[in-house]
Design a protein around this ligand. Structure first.
Ligand code: C2O
Length: 551
């Protein structure tokens, strides 16, 4: 592979959307930021310079970072933030991976405006396992706040309640014609009749899973989270924050000059009916036909809009996600661990904390909103975990006693417990090198059944099973798919249900795992794994780069 250099200047820029201008944090003045392109096997070197008044880190979401946890990026997990006026060089290889991933800020809520696509092309001469598309186009979904998002979340944390909702969803930064004052800010995908396009879909929204559809067209899913899948064709797909999906779109030979809406709107079971129930639209725009008479005919056609599922259509989501299967071919075999060394059961869900003195909290019954895994609401330390681990100075920074079972088991489909309070702590779960892990994550449904897109840093995992109600450790494992389970880095724990994943802990370091709904992460729905070095030299975490920021 070769080395690809990028300069990311983090700077303020004035951006106008929905008829309001705000000064916001961007990379190189753009939102979405620059597209990072590499080929499988390449080294990527990104010099990030912080020219804003916020502490900053960037994360390369889905890049495995084998032995290079120093370049992973979550603040206070693998590194201290890059402070104003300072730079840090993220240096990593993209080995054994090809497809669509993305990068984003990984501190506070800065990722609202600091994000962009990562395109990893296959090695030279290695074709896609499908006919090469005519063109490839990143389609990045985002969420737009007219207010400053740092103010939105800090105000919510001070009052202990939920943050204000966003004002629009966006496609490649543009809200589109269904929002006030946004018709000129519409993403347009221009296509030639008869050609096939590959859309690299990325959900960079902060707090919403999304449905996506294009009127009068189908989408053929070929890859998720930079792993090829068995192809299948749908009218509508669903994509959670953190996830990526490559789809093939065949432009019809018979639509020259026509326009169609492509739309995305949220999937959510836990929000009030009207919450953020709005739609971002872009336009699929066919090149004009050669004959002027056909042109005037198609121009007179009404602009067709796709119909998207209901806000809370969990059946649709289940039906879609269970279609996702690994290729499991000779060239792309499935590396799902067959035997398991350690089995874990984590509950994931919302909860509460007692309201701090002299505060009026907006959570249920005057409590402070929180979220937890196995009842522990994770507190970020003030020194980075990976540095503390590497230097042996972990005392007082973290504990290695993350509970491997819920503290107080109950019926996750029944009445919530009287006491919804969770504990707080900075607790890691330690795994020896090469431990083969099975993890069942169960939605607690304590403050309402809700799907949580859980993201694991440092690994891909295999989704071997999912179901509704309480996980049954006796009967459910018999139904696990070990033949062609989908491999990914972010999976939805179904609302009112559970998901089972497997992964091999073959990457030493400290690896964050969290809900990719930013509000839940902020409330503590996060934990970290500490994977120890193996005994061989190539099984050890590499030493930190000399410019690693200090806290
Ligand atoms: Cu895309 Cu820890 O996140």
């Amino acid at each position: 592979g070769i080395t690809r250099h990028y300069d990311f200047n983090v700077q303020m820029a004035n951006v106008t959307r929905l008829c309001a201008t705000k000064s916001m944090v961007t990379v190189n003045g753009e939102c979405p930021g620059p597209e990072l392109v590499a080929r499988e096997g390449d080294r990527v070197v990104v010099r990030v310079t912080n020219n804003v008044a916020h502490n900053l880190t960037l994360h390369w979401h889905g890049v495995r970072q084998v032995r290079t946890g120093w370049a992973d990026g979550p603040a206070y997990i693998t590194q201290c933030p890059i402070q104003t006026g300072q730079s840090y060089v993220y240096n990593f290889t993209v080995d054994g991976q090809r497809g669509t991933l993305w990068w984003h800020a990984h501190i506070s809520w800065l990722r609202a405006t600091v994000y962009g696509a990562i395109v990893i092309l296959p090695k030279l001469g290695v074709p896609y396992p499908f006919p090469a598309p005519h063109k490839e186009v990143p389609v990045v979904f985002g969420e737009w706040w007219t207010a400053d998002t740092e103010a939105v979340i800090s105000q919510a944390m001070q009052t202990g309640g939920g943050p204000n909702v966003s004002d629009a969803f966006t496609i490649n930064g543009l809200p589109g014609p269904l929002y006030n004052c946004s018709a000129q800010d519409t993403f347009k995908l221009k296509v030639k009749p008869g050609k096939t396009y590959m859309l690299r879909l990325i959900n960079a929204a902060l707090n919403d899973e999304l449905f996506f559809s294009i009127a009068n067209h189908t989408l053929t899913v070929v890859e998720v989270d930079a792993v090829y899948v068995k192809q299948f064709t749908v009218d509508t797909l669903v994509i959670s924050p953190g996830q990526t999906t490559n789809v093939l779109l065949a432009a019809k030979p018979y639509y020259p000059g026509a326009n169609f809406h492509m739309s995305a709107a949220p999937y959510s079971t836990a929000r009030p009916g009207t919450f953020a129930n709005t739609t971002v639209a872009g336009i699929l725009e066919y090149e004009n036909p050669s004959s002027p008479s056909t042109a005037s005919f198609v121009k007179s056609l009404p602009l067709l809009k796709p119909s998207l599922p209901q806000l809370n259509d969990t059946d649709f989501v289940t039906n879609y996600t269970t279609k996702l299967r690994s290729l499991a071919s000779a060239q792309y075999p499935v590396a799902v661990p067959r035997s398991v060394d350690r089995r874990f059961f984590f509950t994931v869900g919302l909860g509460t904390l007692p309201c701090p003195a002299n505060t009026t909290c907006q959570g249920p019954n005057g409590t402070q909103m929180a979220a937890a895994m196995n009842n522990v609401s994770f507190v970020l330390p003030s020194r980075a975990l990976l540095q503390s681990h590497f230097t042996g100075l972990s005392r007082g920074v973290y504990a290695s006693d993350f509970p491997v079972v819920p503290l107080s088991p109950f019926n996750y489909t029944g009445t919530p417990p009287n006491n919804t309070h969770v504990a707080t702590g900075t607790k890691l779960l330690v795994l020896p090198f090469n431990t083969s892990v099975e993890l069942v994550m169960q939605d607690t449904s304590i403050l309402g059944a809700e799907s949580h897109p859980l993201h694991l840093h440092g690994f891909n995992f295999f989704v071997v099973g999912q179901g509704f109600g309480n996980y049954d450790p006796v009967n459910d494992p018999a139904k696990f798919n070990l033949v062609d389970p989908v491999e990914r880095n972010t999976v939805g724990v179904p609302a009112g249900g559970w998901v089972a994943i497997r992964f091999l802990a073959d990457n030493p370091g400290v690896w964050f795992m969290h809900c990719h709904l930013e509000v839940h992460t902020t409330w503590g729905l996060r934990m970290a794994w500490l994977v120890l070095d193996g005994s061989l030299p190539n099984q050890k975490l590499l030493p930190p780069p000399s410019d690693l920021p200090k806290c």
